[in-house]
Design a protein around this ligand. Sequence first.
Ligand SMILES: *[C@@H]1O[C@H](CO)[C@@H](O)[C@H](O)[C@H]1NC(C)=O
Ligand SMILES: *[C@@H]1O[C@H](CO)[C@@H](O)[C@H](O)[C@H]1NC(C)=O
Ligand SMILES: *[C@@H]1O[C@H](CO)[C@@H](O)[C@H](O)[C@H]1NC(C)=O
Ligand SMILES: *[C@@H]1O[C@H](CO)[C@@H](O)[C@H](O)[C@H]1NC(C)=O
Ligand SMILES: *[C@@H]1O[C@H](CO)[C@@H](O)[C@H](O)[C@H]1NC(C)=O
Ligand SMILES: *[C@@H]1O[C@H](CO)[C@@H](O)[C@H](O)[C@H]1NC(C)=O
Ligand SMILES: *[C@@H]1O[C@H](CO)[C@@H](O)[C@H](O)[C@H]1NC(C)=O
Ligand SMILES: *[C@@H]1O[C@H](CO)[C@@H](O)[C@H](O)[C@H]1NC(C)=O
Ligand SMILES: *[C@@H]1O[C@H](CO)[C@@H](O)[C@H](O)[C@H]1NC(C)=O
Ligand SMILES: *[C@@H]1O[C@H](CO)[C@@H](O)[C@H](O)[C@H]1NC(C)=O
Ligand SMILES: *[C@@H]1O[C@H](CO)[C@@H](O)[C@H](O)[C@H]1NC(C)=O
Ligand SMILES: *[C@@H]1O[C@H](CO)[C@@H](O)[C@H](O)[C@H]1NC(C)=O
Length: 410
Amino acid sequence: MKNIPFFTILIITSLCIIIAQGKLGEYVYIDYVTIEGLEYFKSHNLSSPSSALNSINSTALKALKNNQPYSVINTTVTPPNNNKQEYISYAPYFWPFCGCDGKNVTDPETQCLYKQIDGKVNGDVEILSDPHDSTSMVRDVLSLSISYLLYNDEDFAKKAVELLDVWFVNNKTRMFPDVNYGQVVRGPGEWKGRPEGILDTRLYVYIPAAIRILTNSNTWNHNDNIDKGVKTWFANFSNWLMKSELGKNESNAENNHATFYVAQLATYLNFTGRTKDANDLIGKFANTTFKDMILESGEQPKESSRRKPYHYQCFNLEALTYIAIFSQKINGTTNLWETKTKYNATIQNATDYLIHLNSTEDKTVLLPALYKVRDYYGDKFGVYADTMIKLLKETAGDSKWWTVYSPKSL
Ligand SMILES: *[C@@H]1O[C@H](CO)[C@@H](O)[C@H](O)[C@H]1NC(C)=O
Ligand SMILES: *[C@@H]1O[C@H](CO)[C@@H](O)[C@H](O)[C@H]1NC(C)=O
Ligand SMILES: *[C@@H]1O[C@H](CO)[C@@H](O)[C@H](O)[C@H]1NC(C)=O
Ligand SMILES: *[C@@H]1O[C@H](CO)[C@@H](O)[C@H](O)[C@H]1NC(C)=O
Ligand SMILES: *[C@@H]1O[C@H](CO)[C@@H](O)[C@H](O)[C@H]1NC(C)=O
Ligand SMILES: *[C@@H]1O[C@H](CO)[C@@H](O)[C@H](O)[C@H]1NC(C)=O
Ligand SMILES: *[C@@H]1O[C@H](CO)[C@@H](O)[C@H](O)[C@H]1NC(C)=O
Ligand SMILES: *[C@@H]1O[C@H](CO)[C@@H](O)[C@H](O)[C@H]1NC(C)=O
Ligand SMILES: *[C@@H]1O[C@H](CO)[C@@H](O)[C@H](O)[C@H]1NC(C)=O
Ligand SMILES: *[C@@H]1O[C@H](CO)[C@@H](O)[C@H](O)[C@H]1NC(C)=O
Ligand SMILES: *[C@@H]1O[C@H](CO)[C@@H](O)[C@H](O)[C@H]1NC(C)=O
Ligand SMILES: *[C@@H]1O[C@H](CO)[C@@H](O)[C@H](O)[C@H]1NC(C)=O
């Protein structure tokens, strides 16, 4: 059974922002945030009442004052290869089992076998700083980039570039372009990364989005290294994703792991000028892995078998809708919105299934996908809008951050 940390969806959704006007308003998807979209918000003065923009603003202001850029070399746990520039995270659902002799154990991390309990997060994975720093870096870079454009303040761009430089470019502080120690299972013997660890970098799809905005800034244009440096990183990371054993295994997954792999790799390939390869990757996914993902009823069997079936089906849908929009935007040969599984089901069927599913899990995690589904397929019966309004109410006061908006007309 593949495994994804349940808490990570909280991270990704907190990176999604709603800049709503009125009930559903005009909006931009944060993962496809564009200069045009932001300019529209600016020129229509849509920003002032929005709690989402306020959140972006306060995140950016905090980032501006933070003089300690995130870096993997600040790691709290040195990876097994003794090189701090290697990213490391622990598998979140694995727990030590020490058997009858548990009492004698002095160091469970090296003496006990770790076994998986799906959906149950072992809180001590939190001792690692790399996953936190990685997420904070993406969140800050994106917030700073958006603030730079909205408030016309070069200081925001400068800080974003500094963060990108330390994480991706500077030889001494950057992360190596691989995830060789992602979701490590602790225990006796050598600690190794698992293919599942590649999920850890899924938020990096926001980096090309942020850079699309930053390329307008003086800071970006007066820095000889940053564009080349970041692109070199993503070119190398793309190669690692395609050629390493971990990368190949992850691409052969049958569930959300494969979907997020394709979302990432397609984005990075396009970002580094390999749009055709991105298109081919999506075409292959649509012809193979995707074919088994959605049953006629709309149920996603590879996700519904998990301990958090609603959560995981939404999680996969989030990546599927990302790829679907991407496939449209590159004008490729595949349109994932229109692609049918071998059960004749589409992304829309999977969404409808979840809308009507009687589940006690938190249903608000459907929201990010719902915006996109409604925009593509339309909403003849108003069911999507009704569901969104209902779910948005459930998030009110708690999470104002969901989907970022761009005017639909763009
Ligand atoms: C934008 O909205 C704010 C607050 O609602 C208002 O004070 C300001 O005058 C508006 N600006 C423009 C250009 O309409
Ligand atoms: C952003 O935050 C600063 C500092 O708190 C404040 O002066 C400014 O008005 C804020 N801008 C918006 C659009 O909220
Ligand atoms: C993390 O590392 C960077 C790069 O060396 C450094 O500038 C920063 O101060 C460090 N942060 C902390 C919290 O130590
Ligand atoms: C664990 O402790 C008990 C009692 O102190 C001892 O008899 C036993 O041999 C120990 N087991 C191991 C594996 O060290
Ligand atoms: C960075 O590392 C690469 C390869 O490891 C090396 O070729 C390059 O000279 C280094 N650059 C700096 C500034 O140290
Ligand atoms: C990045 O890619 C370049 C060109 O393929 C290669 O020379 C370099 O060794 C790679 N660096 C890393 C750290 O993978
Ligand atoms: C996917 O399948 C279609 C229909 O069989 C075919 O035309 C297309 O070439 C395939 N694409 C890829 C990338 O395999
Ligand atoms: C799947 O969606 C299509 C429209 O996209 C619809 O015609 C079909 O009835 C749906 N299937 C089920 C089982 O709801
Ligand atoms: C693909 O890359 C180009 C060039 O960097 C960029 O303009 C475009 O927005 C990217 N497309 C997507 C869907 O990310
Ligand atoms: C895709 O096609 C549309 C409509 O023809 C066009 O406006 C857009 O520029 C194209 N995008 C790319 C990346 O080729
Ligand atoms: C899918 O739809 C096609 C065309 O409508 C039909 O021929 C085929 O039997 C359907 N397959 C399944 C599994 O329902
Ligand atoms: C939903 O499930 C709960 C618990 O299984 C059940 O009590 C309730 O009747 C169900 N509601 C509907 C509308 O099926």
